[in-house]
Write a protein that binds this ligand. Sequence first.
Ligand code: FAS
Ligand code: PHB
Length: 395
Amino acid sequence: MKSRTQVAIVGAGPAGLTLALLLHQAGIESIVLESRSRSYVENRVRAGVLEHGTVELLCSMGAGERLRREGLKHGGIALRFDGKDHRIDFEDLTSGKSVTVYGQQEVVKDLITALSSAGVPIAFEAPAIALGDLDGEHVTVRYRDAGGAEHTIEAGYIAGCDGFHGICRDAIPPGALTVYEHGYPFGWLGILAQSPPVSEELIYTNHERGFALVSMRSPTITRLYLQCPAGEELAAWPDDRFWTELRLRLDSDCGGPDVVTGPILQKGITPMRGFVAEPMRHGRLFLAGDAAHIVPPTGAKGMNLAIADVRVLARAFEAHYFKNDSSGLDSYSDTCLRRVWNTQRFSSWMTRMLHRFDGHAPFERRVQLAELRYVASSRPASQTLAENYVGLPFA
Ligand code: FAS
Ligand code: PHB
């Protein structure tokens, strides 16, 4: 592994990998450091919905061939409340835009394949352990290789793409960052199961018993979520309880839900929170993706926002290195934060509209149902949901 590069990228998630490929295609050298194994990151089940612009970007980078072939293009979603499904027709409301259901781990596999073919170095099982000289002429990243030996990379810049629990955000001196966060009194219990999806499109359900989301990964793999209390233990949810509760929440006048049970391949609980660290730059360190922000998954935005960040960063590095223009680097944080806060707004709105809040007074519960009925019955209101869900234009 080389010891010098132009951009050291910490983290091989959607943000780090997309950045590495964009930089390579712009003629900029990078090295990716990833603490986990290749197998681990390629099998980590997380997000599942790609915005219209994300699909177009990945395809333009040559990393979208399998996505085009295997991804499930969706022209709308359903909101289920008052015992009925209310479809939000994206293609009608956004002049033909759609989303594609394609597991995050598949995006990661495709990006790693493209980077390996391009000869871009990715060091797996190589955690970054310290960053240095963030304000100097060059920065350093100290990492530990799979054998336990420590090494130092010198770079022009560091891209901190190491997620919410990484080290890059914490490498910024105290007082230099302002953190904004909001916690919800619930989380999502999610499963991946070997069974046919309940429906062809996603169904977001606001039921008296709580929120439920029907999603999928393929015609034979279903992805399902139930709202559960914050801090819930997985042990409280044996498989049978999950399927029983799902059926109760999906019950509607449209006839019983077509829930076909099957072997559960993965089960996990994701806390529900909003988080933003500002600014997204300190000296020669740039934060991107979950390292800088977390959005509630209700809007299906986490991965898309991470990729939007690095699209801005890659263009800024290209102008810096080839046009001697650093204005993009200087405005990177402000540019990304505009999209980040709009995404927080949308994801927060979807979360408040669709989940049951124990603290809701009857008055608030009725306002929530009125919001759902308005969104479903007003074209401008449903257009607002549709244009944000498929993804607003990139900066
Ligand atoms: P990631 O967290 O994906 O990647 C960071 C990478 O950095 C990881 O591979 C990590 O191993 C590595 N790393 C960490 N520390 C390091 C170090 N010191 N050195 C080197 N590497 C290091 N979003 C949705 O839109 N829908 C969902 O349903 C959804 N479900 C989720 C479920 C879970 C359990 C989690 C945690 C997140 C979920 N998300 C979801 C959000 C998720 O998809 C993120 O937004 C997305 O992974 C962000 O990508 P990155 O910013 O690349 O961060
Ligand atoms: C998923 O399929 O994992 C998914 C879909 C929609 C969301 C969140 C997650 O809002």
